[in-house]
Design a protein. Structure first.
Length: 200
């Protein structure tokens, strides 16, 4: 019979992997992300299950704050570039939808191809569901700039994903909200992609 610790090991591994992934998407650096995720995951307490969800949310917020702190200077430089950037329309075909074979690796590449500040704004506001006021505080920027960065990030993400999966171009309109497989991607990312990226 498995011990309680053995039962919890896969959950802990998944939690650590999720913490690492959000840190990596924010920093773009494997080594820094591993350190951040390991530090936060190591602080896990075997407290009552009543606090489990709250603790998971707290750890995720802590990872986000540490990741943004680790790339603070680059974030400031990227914010300056965002200030002078134009919010252009995406080069994505009008009837494009995310292909059913899109993988977590495809999503990761598409996100990491976006400049840091718009990527961080997109991750916080769209994927993590952070309120605008909190995102502006975390990014140390005015809400208008964060909103502009989100628009740039979403446009670039859509274009990057369209370029990643040519088979998805010109999909029938009725499939626009059909995401069947973003392999191993966290549920929040799937839900956000479904509502904010793919749906008209």
């Amino acid at each position: 019979m498995k011990t309680e610790a053995a039962k919890n090991t896969p959950d802990r591994n998944q939690i650590a992997a999720d913490l690492y992934w959000i840190a990596f998407l924010l920093t773009g650096r494997h080594d820094v992300s591993i350190d951040i995720a390991a530090d936060v995951a190591a602080s896990e307490d075997e407290g009552a299950s009543f606090f489990t969800d709250w603790m998971r949310g707290w750890r995720r917020r802590l990872v986000i704050a540490k990741a943004l702190g680790a790339v603070h200077d680059e974030l400031v430089d990227s914010a300056r570039r965002t200030e002078i950037a134009q919010v252009g329309s995406s080069a994505t075909p009008s009837k494009w939808s995310l292909g059913p074979n899109t993988t977590k690796a495809d999503l990761e590449r598409a996100l990491l191809a976006i400049d840091l500040f718009p990527r961080a704004a997109l991750l916080l506001l769209v994927f993590e569901g952070v309120r605008m006021a909190d995102a502006a505080t975390l990014l140390d920027a005015k809400p208008d700039l964060v909103k502009k960065a989100q628009a740039i990030g979403l446009s670039e993400l859509t274009a990057n994903l369209a370029a990643t999966d040519p088979s998805a171009v010109s999909s029938p309109p009725e499939r626009k909200c059909n995401i069947r497989r973003l392999a191993e991607a966290p549920k929040k990312f799937l839900d956000s992609m479904r509502t904010a990226l793919v749906c008209p």
